[in-house]
Design a protein around this ligand. Structure first.
Ligand code: GLU
Length: 504
């Protein structure tokens, strides 16, 4: 058997270090076994998937030195490797499930489902579909579909007993079917959900080992059942431990930058980041901490993975990066500095900003310091004397951050519209809103123009600095966050919640 693994990112946001971690382990396992590693784009969530996000993920993976044998751009015998281009396969699979009596059309409205959920919550039951449309006769269902009534396709779940899944790291895990929802497989727009597309693709792409984050364990019974319904052999399942913040909570951008591009822009070497990710839950046989990708692949073994919470520790990463930097020859070091940002292409966008404001070239460094390098660390005093203070100040920073987190288009006009729109909604003069943003981004009360700074810094660094600004002000307590979320939802566009469209 040839080992075939895959990483299956959803292109719905910035490239995440957790995705790179899963990709790295899948690639290392496949290579260590003489197998193949695939990259598949899971873009069935049309509302949230973007071509920009996909391109950014591929670029970030390439920067890290991760290479896929099959997938977008490289092709392969099992393509296309983008789920949005594989619709016919899912349709066929769903039709087969319905024909075999393993899945059924469901016409329940969102209102009815809400009511059911509320009643179940009141009764302290696990919220799940109540099987209402299971009783429809085939003819009635067919007639309603014929009449154009909106519907989804749900999978049937056994009424009694439990599902046993076998996780390579955890052994047998038993989950009662009563805990498992009659999962939607095809949405009302005809698109498959993650569960259907993922199983169909893993089968057709001949994946032998599904190695993914532990957040997917709860989906495994549904997948297991789908394999049984189709009569397909299920791949080996191995759920990697989740990356953690230092306080052991799930790695989150609120506590730790999670974007690969953040680390790239901050001047971490790809070798160091890969090396660091290779230490997350896997240890080298000789206990080495500094190693390159080839050494990692040569030593990689699923047996060496431990389930203790791997902490994404910034200090350790910075130490490792230092090791890697010091390992470079002087020549190579200089080359890296140039590649990183001190080159003509990177500096060009700054020229129109600096030229009108400078008399001597030596004035440059202090002026662009916060753009090229790290800005100095902030404290609450930096925000003193601004028109906004207290909760209004927190609100201004947090709301801007939320708006910018939801912003896919990072060009100047979109940034201007976003920040000015927010100022108008908050009833603030634009100057008043911009002032704390200047401080958070640059560490100075006066800096180069804000929107140009945002464009130059890019989404990852900009957002990280706004988060650091909030931290410097003492952070947002849980209670304050609740209040802010409520206020935010009341704003004109505030309801555009990133998560709400997630059907997975
Ligand atoms: N598209 C899923 C994700 O974004 C893939 C999960 C899996 O590997 O099955 O993580």
């Amino acid at each position: 058997m040839t080992v075939r693994t895959r990483v299956a990112p959803s292109p719905t946001g910035d490239p995440h270090v957790g995705t790179a971690y899963v990709a790295l382990f899948n690639m290392a396992f496949a290579r260590s076994q003489g197998g193949q590693f695939l990259l598949r784009i899971e873009d069935t969530d049309q509302a949230r998937s973007t071509a920009e996000s996909e391109a950014a993920i591929l670029e970030a993976f390439r920067w890290l030195g991760l290479e896929w044998d099959e997938g977008p751009e490289v092709g392969g015998p099992h393509g296309p490797y983008r789920q949005s281009e594989r619709g016919a396969l899912y349709q066929e699979a769903a039709d087969q499930l319905v024909a075999d009596g393993h899945a059924f059309p469901c016409f329940c409205t969102a209102e009815r489902l809400d009511e059911v959920r509320r009643a179940q919550q009141l009764a302290k039951e696990t919220p799940r579909y109540d099987g209402h449309c299971l009783s429809l006769s085939k003819d009635e269902a067919a007639a309603r579909i014929q009449a154009g009534e909106a519907h989804v396709i749900r999978m049937k779940i056994p009424e009694t007993g439990s599902c046993v899944i076998n996780d390579l790291f955890r052994g047998e895990i038993e989950i009662a079917w009563s805990q498992i929802d009659m999962q939607v497989l095809v949405k009302s727009d005809g698109m498959p959900t993650y569960h259907l597309a993922n199983v169909v693709d893993d089968h057709h792409m001949a994946i032998t080992h599904v190695i993914r984050g532990e957040e997917w364990i709860n989906s495994a019974p549904k997948h297991r059942l789908l394999y049984d319904y189709f009569g397909w052999e299920a791949p080996v399942l191995a759920h990697l431990p989740l990356l953690r913040n230092p306080d052991k909570s799930k790695l989150s951008k609120r506590k730790n930058p999670t974007g690969i591009n953040y680390y790239r822009r901050m001047g971490y070497l790809p070798e160091a980041l890969v090396n660091f990710l290779g230490l997350m839950g896997h240890s080298m046989p000789d206990g080495a901490e500094v190693f390159n990708l080839d050494a990692f692949i040569a030593a990689f073994s699923l047996d060496r993975i431990t389930l203790g919470a791997p902490v994404f520790d910034q200090e350790k990463l910075a130490w490792l990066n230092g090791q890697w930097l010091r390992g470079l020859s002087d020549q190579a070091f200089a080359d890296r500095v140039v590649d990183w940002g001190l080159n003509r292409d990177s500096l060009m966008p700054l020229v129109p900003l600096i030229k009108p404001r400078t008399e001597r070239l030596c004035d440059l460094a202090p002026m662009v310091g916060y753009l090229l390098g790290a800005r100095r660390s902030l404290s609450a005093e930096d925000f003193e004397g601004l028109a906004l203070e207290g909760e209004a100040l927190l609100e201004a920073l947090q709301f801007t951050l939320w708006r910018l987190e939801a912003l896919g288009d990072w060009r100047r006009p979109a940034l201007v519209a976003t920040v000015e729109g927010l100022a108008a909604e908050l009833g603030l003069k634009i100057r008043v809103l911009l002032a704390p943003l200047f401080v958070a981004l640059s560490g100075q009360a006066v800096s180069l123009p804000l929107y140009d700074s945002l464009v130059f810094l890019g989404p990852d660094l900009s957002r990280a600095r706004l988060r650091e600004g909030l931290e410097a002000l003492g952070g947002v307590s849980k209670k304050a966050a609740k209040r802010l979320e409520k206020r935010y939802a009341e704003l004109d566009q505030g309801g555009a919640d990133e998560e709400s469209a997630a059907e997975s």
